[in-house]
Design a protein around this ligand. Structure first.
Ligand code: HEM
Length: 149
């Protein structure tokens, strides 16, 4: 009986060791796979961002002016065009201040109200285009550089 149980135990221990090692290896492989997946998604997201920035649509002031209503509200800030229609109801400063500038340039109002870096980052979500070079007033050679844009 003693001999039997001893030999059974030693068989058990030897059997578990490689199993544990296999499980650890599977865990390691999964981790590497997950990590590679995350890296790949980040790489794609970043390259997408750069691409969309390069391919920004040119929108002139005349087209912007047509979007001056609460269900269709575009703003120009620092020569970029933003579709703020969806953002109107979420703006911490209220809808009215945005609607005052619907369809036109709101750069000085935006800068003048001392928006935070968070607000400037929020802007990125709504960017749809930029003014043609001949209509820009800030982003021209030797123009005023506004930090954060
Ligand atoms: C799409 C453009 C805009 C975005 C994304 C935006 C975003 C924000 C955000 C995130 C805040 C919270 C405070 C902060 O983080 O700075 C804020 C506050 C405010 N915004 Fe805007 N904003 C925009 C345009 C404007 C414009 C054109 C005006 C015009 C005057 C304005 C007036 C205000 C005011 C007065 C507050 C202060 C609210 C308070 O503290 O009670 N915003 N905005």
């Amino acid at each position: 009986m003693d001999f039997l149980s001893l030999s059974f135990r030693s068989f058990e221990l030897e059997d578990v060791k490689p199993l544990k090692e296999n499980l650890l290896q599977v865990e390691r492989d999964n981790f590497v796979e997950r990590n590679d997946g995350i890296k790949e998604r980040r790489r794609k997201a970043n390259s997408g961002k750069e691409k969309s920035h390069d391919e920004l649509r040119t929108i002139d002031l005349d087209e912007v002016a047509w979007h001056d209503a609460s269900d269709n509200c575009w703003l120009v800030i620092y020569d970029y065009v933003y579709d703020c229609t969806e953002f109107l109801k979420n703006h911490p400063g209220g809808q009215d201040v945005l609607l005052e500038y619907a369809g036109r340039d709101a750069t000085l109002a935006f800068i003048g109200t001392g928006h935070s870096a968070v607000a400037r980052t929020t802007l990125d979500r709504y960017k749809i285009g930029e003014l043609p070079p001949e209509e820009r007033i800030f982003r021209i050679p030797d123009g005023i550089k506004i930090s954060g844009f």
